[in-house]
Design a protein around this ligand. Structure first.
Ligand code: UT7
Length: 333
């Protein structure tokens, strides 16, 4: 009987257009928006981000990340029987980005067509999207409803940014990360913990929506940065403790923390509360900025490819963001 799911391959992709803080500061200055490399680095730890060009969508970034994850797992699309995409920047209002991605993957080779027919759907939990998607996939694998899942976080947040609002437009970037999850007799994922509290919808949102052929409301990202910051540090500590308790483990057992990469100060605060030295924290925020649902799998893949994660190590993933939604996943690599 299958009891667990294991991560057997990771992949990621960043669009080639990279903007350093200096590049962005110059672009914004040309529009009369004043910011600086010093402010961005000091308040967030971000030094650069990647943006897509026109015509490139979340499914395109996801497709590249999935090819890498499948190659790392020595599998093809035909081996996948569940496809979940975490995104808040879908290609279309519907169908899901997962369905669009499934079709792209199915065209990779004649055998790849075998991925057609597998369930494919999106999960929308903003920056907590990847831990939500991984929790759902883990539950489906453990219930025997899937043997091999592709779980993806993919975002084009640059499309949601108001480049006249310096308090948000310097923070985000585009990208995708993916993992292959496989049924296994041994762990694998040890525990998951996800939560939401909708009373905080207004703290971080894109209020606009499609209505009768037009956009009603403001279709750009709005954030109460300090409000998000305060809530985030509290719930991240809480979910970290909960997921460890569920697995009967402690802070000191952790080998790696792979946090959502929004702000180095939030990450440092969590590490401090968990008594975890920063050299046990995988960091990509400087290079990627906040890529929402893509940030955790991007950081995870960077850690794997750098040879940091070793077989058997205990790893915690943690995400938090709009909703408010948050959660964590604890696994043995
Ligand atoms: O993905 C999950 C959700 N997102 C987050 O986790 C983000 C959470 N929040 C944060 O990371 C931080 O609150 C921010 C990075 C957004 C802001 O940092 P802060 O230290 O909370 O700054 P602040 O909002 O208190 O602003 C301080 C000052 C203000 O000026 P005054 O009022 O003190 O004169 C802002 O107007 O910094 C100013 N400011 C800027 N200055 C230069 C805000 N944005 C900028 C900017 N460049 N880009």
């Amino acid at each position: 009987m299958t009891l667990f799911s294991r991560i057997v391959g990771t992949g990621s992709y960043l669009p080639p257009r990279r903007l350093t803080n200096a590049d962005l500061v110059a672009e914004l200055a040309a529009k009369g928006v004043e910011t600086s490399d010093e402010w961005i680095v000091e308040r967030t730890g971000i030094q650069a981000r990647h943006f897509v060009v026109d015509g490139v969508n979340s499914s395109d970034l996801a497709f590249e990340a999935c090819k890498q994850a499948l190659a790392a797992a020595h599998l093809g699309p035909q081996d996948i029987d569940l496809l979940i995409v975490a995104t808040s920047t879908p290609d279309m209002v519907f169908p899901s980005t997962a369905c669009i991605l499934q079709h792209k993957l199915s065209q990779l080779s004649p055998q790849a067509a075998g991925i057609a027919g597998a369930p494919a759907f999106d999960v929308q939990a903003v920056c907590a999207g990847f831990v939500y998607a991984l929790s759902v996939a883990d539950a489906m694998v453990r219930a025997g409803n899937a043997r091999r899942a592709l779980v993806v976080g993919a975002e084009v947040f640059s499309r949601l940014l108001d480049f006249n609002d310096r308090t948000t437009c310097v923070l985000f970037g585009d990208g995708a990360g993916a993992v292959v999850l496989e049924a296994s007799d041994t762990p694998g994922i040890l525990a998951t913990d996800i939560h939401a509290d909708g009373k905080h919808v207004g703290l971080l949102c894109v209020p606009g929506h499609v209505h009768g052929g037009q956009i009603l409301g403001d279709p750009v990202l709005k954030m109460d940065g300090q409000g998000v910051f305060k809530l985030a540090v509290g719930v991240l500590e809480e979910t970290a403790r909960t997921v460890l308790a569920k697995a009967g483990l402690q802070d000191s057992d952790l080998d790696w923390l792979v946090p959502h990469q929004a702000n180095i100060r939030i990450i440092q605060s969590t590490a401090r509360k968990m008594k975890l030295p920063m050299d046990k924290v995988l960091l990509t925020v400087a290079e990627h900025g906040n890529t929402s649902a893509a940030s955790i799998p991007l950081a995870l893949d960077a850690g794997v490819r750098a040879g940091k994660l070793q077989a058997g190590q205990l790893v915690m993933l943690e995400g938090v963001g709009g909703g408010f939604a948050w959660g964590s996943v604890l696994f043995r690599y």
